[in-house]
Design a protein around this ligand. Sequence first.
Ligand code: COA
Length: 181
Amino acid sequence: MLLPYYFYLMELTGTGFIMRPWQLDDALSLQQHANNFNVSAYLLDRFPFPYTLPDAVSWLNSQLQNSGPISNFAITIDGKAIGGIGLEFRHDVYRKTALIGYWLSEAYWGRGIMLEAVRLMTDYAFANLDLICIQAGVLSANPKSMRVLEKAGYEKQGVLRKCIVKRDEVMDEHVYAAFKA
Ligand SMILES: CC(C)(COP(=O)(O)OP(=O)(O)OC[C@H]1O[C@@H](n2cnc3c(N)ncnc32)[C@H](O)[C@@H]1OP(=O)(O)O)[C@@H](O)C(=O)NCCC(=O)NCCS
């Protein structure tokens, strides 16, 4: 499917950072910032630790093969990728719902970057994609991420008890959601 050119040029501008589609030359920067136990601690296991250069290249290749609208953005400062935010589209009766996920290099935590990135991504998604709901699943041990979502206007839909095993520890999943106005 050939998409309108503006999807490929899409940039979302935050305070001191830019969100743009991933590029193959992000590999080194991605590997350096993603390769951190603390970053991976509450993410899905498919975000590995250690995070190797082949892991980075594999992720970037998957993004270059995407023929749909942009749904994953690199968060960049001075052109370097220092984090990521993206949507995974659900299917069947959930087809107008997507799951949001995000991570930031530990060197940039505590500056409000992700709060602004989540707001930008949510606005972009409801304005450009055929969605009525964006959900986020947060591990119970990650209150910082819950705070980000709450400040970005997401509401807690519920807690799915004891459905997650992360590094041998059983955790709850806190499900948050934002809705199209
Ligand atoms: C979660 C993450 C994205 C947060 O991004 P960030 O830009 O560093 O967010 P901040 O550090 O500004 O923290 C956001 C809020 O959480 C609050 N917070 C920090 N630690 C907290 C804690 N232990 N309990 C509750 N709130 C906490 C902060 O005070 C801040 O709220 P405030 O602005 O009202 O003060 C970032 O830490 C990260 O990438 N973590 C690893 C990947 C990850 O867990 N992703 C989310 C998966 S659901």
